[in-house]
Design a protein around this ligand. Structure first.
Ligand code: AQP
Length: 347
């Protein structure tokens, strides 16, 4: 089986440095060696209340913005597939089959659901509960082997592997009788690499940088201009000590660790090298360097995103072309799954 990369980003607004360093940077790298499919997961976006995802106009705007971010970051939509999930019906179709494979006990262990549902669990949507099954379908619809994600998605990836394995086992005889490889679904591997697999809030080094944090100062948005980036980094929480010279000196210093990790990821250097350069320095000096680096790396992306989002026809066409190409692969899987499960279909 050939290797194939799949990953997705939700169009829920406020695309930030965590999404970029944790996921999108790796999306760009992997295109040099793999066939890649990158999805704007709009079906996932509507699992939270409409007051959070913003309603139809906001969803369209955010879908185009994530698409623009993919392209501006360096993904080539001609070589790789970029599309929005709702344009390929196979995602929802495969989810139903996987709903009947996944076990309630597996989903009950998912920490993201617990965090996002909070105390008002009874009022959470069924979609939010089923989110990890839809995510497994996204990946396995393309029989993807590698999934670049941030660390927060590790548990969902394990669930996708469990679903693939159980499907292969439950239907082993049927898989053989339809002439498919006994491991019809590959067990997808997470690709969680780099010094910033979990970027933390600039206001609280123990909390993940996130789109839904009410404070805009907690994150650097990919659309932030140079002034906003500079202000947010200058105001970022730190501690009174100078930077340590070795990595172990970052233990129990979450804010320092986070800023060093961000510097390392943006500069493409290991954290140890960054500390070699800045060990003993005060945060004010380090932050000035970080501002320069961040503005240098992120401003061209913000400018290109702005240019692309103004060209709505182009962005929409990228999504339509991508969906057509994705649908060819998806249809092949859906047809095979129908045969394996025993659904009669037109041939
Ligand atoms: N802080 C982060 N550090 C590293 N990676 C991160 N990712 C998200 N936050 C961080 C990774 O970005 C990819 C896309 O994420 P998503 O759009 O699917 O949604 P998310 O993880 O729910 O993003 P947020 O910002 O955390 O949103 P809310 O506030 O809604 O919870 C994924 O690969 C993710 O791992």
């Amino acid at each position: 089986m050939t290797t194939r990369v799949f990953s997705g980003v939700q169009p829920t607004g406020n695309l930030h440095l965590g999404n970029y360093l944790g996921a999108i940077v790796n999306f760009v790298k992997l295109q040099a060696t793999h066939e890649c499919i990158y999805c704007v997961v709009d079906l996932h976006a509507i699992t939270v209340p409409m007051s959070v995802w913003g309603g139809p106009d906001e969803l369209r705007r955010n879908t185009r913005e994530v698409t623009a971010a993919f392209i501006a970051a360096g993904i080539d939509p001609k070589k790789q597939i970029i599309f929005n999930q709702s344009q390929v019906a196979g995602h929802a179709e495969l989810t139903w089959v996987f709903n009947c494979v996944a076990r309630l006990g597996w989903l009950n262990r998912m920490t993201q659901f617990k965090e996002k549902a909070g105390k008002d669990r009874e009022n959470a949507s069924i979609g939010l509960y089923d989110y990890p099954v839809l995510m497994a379908s996204d990946i396995l619809l393309y029989r993807a082997t590698h999934v670049p994600v941030g660390e927060d998605q590790k548990q969902h990836l394990e669930l996708a592997r469990d679903i693939a394995q159980k499907f292969n086992n439950d239907f082993s005889e049927s898989i053989a009788s339809t002439g498919q490889n006994e491991k019809y679904f590959p067990l997808p591997e997470p690709v969680i690499t780099g010094p910033a697999t979990r970027v933390m809030s600039l206001r609280d080094g123990t909390k993940k940088m996130s789109k839904s944090d009410p404070s805009d100062y907690s994150r650097i948005n990919l659309t932030d201009d140079a002034d906003a980036i500079a202000q947010k980094i200058r105001k970022a929480k730190t501690d009174p000590e100078p930077l340590p010279s070795e990595e172990k000196g970052l233990e129990a210093r979450p804010e320092a660790d986070n800023l060093v990790g961000i510097y390392a990821a943006l500069s493409g250097k290991p954290k140890a090298d960054v500390l070699g350069e800045f060990g003993g320095a005060q945060f004010s000096g380090f932050k000035s360097n970080l501002v320069d680096l961040a503005v240098n790396k992120l401003s061209p992306i913000a400018a290109e995103m702005k240019r692309l989002t103004q060209d709505q026809a182009y962005v929409d066409q990228v999504l339509i072309d991508g969906a057509e190409r994705a649908n060819v692969i998806a249809t092949e899987t859906i047809n095979a799954v129908k045969d394996i499960v025993g659904f009669i279909r037109k041939r």
